[in-house]
Design a protein around this ligand. Structure first.
Ligand SMILES: C[S@@+](CC[C@H](N)C(=O)[O-])C[C@H]1O[C@@H](n2cnc3c(N)ncnc32)[C@H](O)[C@@H]1O
Length: 325
């Protein structure tokens, strides 16, 4: 009863109700909310603290930014969702807030566009090399249709391509990436696609900020060739897989395009089936037969590793404890 009372008290104030409704639409920073609500930062921060303390909002720190979203887990999650659902959609204040949220989102989109402009040369060159994205996308979509997943983690999510592709097929999805710029683009894409159940976080692929056995499926799509230690990245992905879960790796087969190393920061010029199978097995996964998906200049492969359903051993050893590449 105490939790419920704290939640009700926290929500029973006009600005806090508006904040709850806004954070149900998108993950927002204090500055976003200051801009939308037209109130001072200390005031907005105070409201946010009360809502977080009551469990109605979740706060997530990323560098110097904190992001807030409606709680989707914990004691206050049900209450938060029920309160937001009770808000009349035609309420004029709420409608005006959503309009200003759209303006803030337009600013994100401009930032995203300028990031793409700065990197345009790289993107188009890489796309030309890897022109069979449709084939890979279809294979991934079909895989998730055949074998549905509730909880998806996309490692090295970039602009959120995989979350956009598979988001509608899963209950929850998280994308992680090292690059804040890419995450800004991903957030704008997820907002535009209405994918509220998908989030992104800044993280390093060999140190995922999730407990063991947390996800039904993990994807590493065109990311492994950047990994300093691909084996460690695969082990870390396997650690967060539930028994019965699967890891999907999509990357280049071995090639000789040295310029990808010199000009595009690729660490590895593709991977052989045998190398990936070794990584999967060393991570405790059972490898499916690989699929080669063709490509204009380079061949892309899809590798699948499954964590056995009876493998209930808590994968709580850290990556470093298990060592190796
Ligand atoms: C070629 S992009 C692929 C993005 C996305 N998976 C896709 O297929 O559209 C590779 C991404 O991996 C990210 N990345 C590289 N090294 C990483 C690391 N150590 N940990 C997390 N992300 C990393 C980069 O920032 C970049 O966004």
């Amino acid at each position: 009863m105490d939790d419920l009372l704290q939640g009700l008290r926290a929500a029973a104030e006009p600005t806090r109700l508006r904040i709850l409704a806004l954070c149900a639409h998108a993950e927002l920073t204090v500055s976003d909310l200051v801009e939308i609500l037209g109130q001072s930062q200390p005031r907005v921060s105070r409201h946010l603290k009360l809502l977080v303390d009551a469990g109605l909002l979740l706060r997530h720190q990323e560098g110097s930014f904190a992001y807030y979203r409606l709680a989707d887990r914990g004691a206050g999650a049900d209450l938060a969702r029920q309160i937001v659902d009770l808000l009349p959609p035609e309420d004029p204040l709420h409608a005006a807030d959503l309009e200003r949220l759209q303006q803030v989102q337009d600013v994100w989109a401009v930032k995203a566009a300028s990031y793409f402009r700065r990197n345009a040369a790289n993107w188009s060159r890489l796309r030309a090399l890897h022109a069979n994205t449709d084939k890979v996308d279809t294979a991934l979509r079909q895989l998730f249709e055949r074998e549905p997943a509730e909880n998806l983690l996309d490692v090295g999510t970039g602009a959120g391509h995989i979350l956009q592709l598979l988001g509608a097929q899963v209950e929850n999805a998280v994308g992680i990436d090292l690059s804040r710029d890419m995450l800004t683009v991903a957030r704008a894409n997820l907002f535009r696609g209405g994918l509220r159940h998908c989030q992104v976080r800044q993280a390093e692929m060999t140190a995922l900020p999730f407990p063991a056995a947390h996800f039904d499926a993990v994807t590493l799509h065109m990311v492994l060739h950047y990994a300093q230690r691909p084996g460690a990245a695969i082990r870390e992905a396997a650690r967060v897989l539930r028994p019965g879960g699967r890891l999907v790796v999509v990357d280049f087969l071995p090639h000789e395009r040295e310029e990808l190393r010199s000009d595009h920061a690729h660490r590895w010029l593709g991977f052989s089936d045998a190398a990936i199978a070794d990584f999967l097995v060393a991570a405790g996964l059972v490898a499916d037969p690989p699929r080669h998906l063709g490509g204009d200049a380079l061949t892309v492969a899809l590798w699948l590793g499954r964590r056995p359903a009876n493998d209930t051993e808590e994968a709580d050893q850290s990556t470093t404890a298990r060592g190796g590449n």
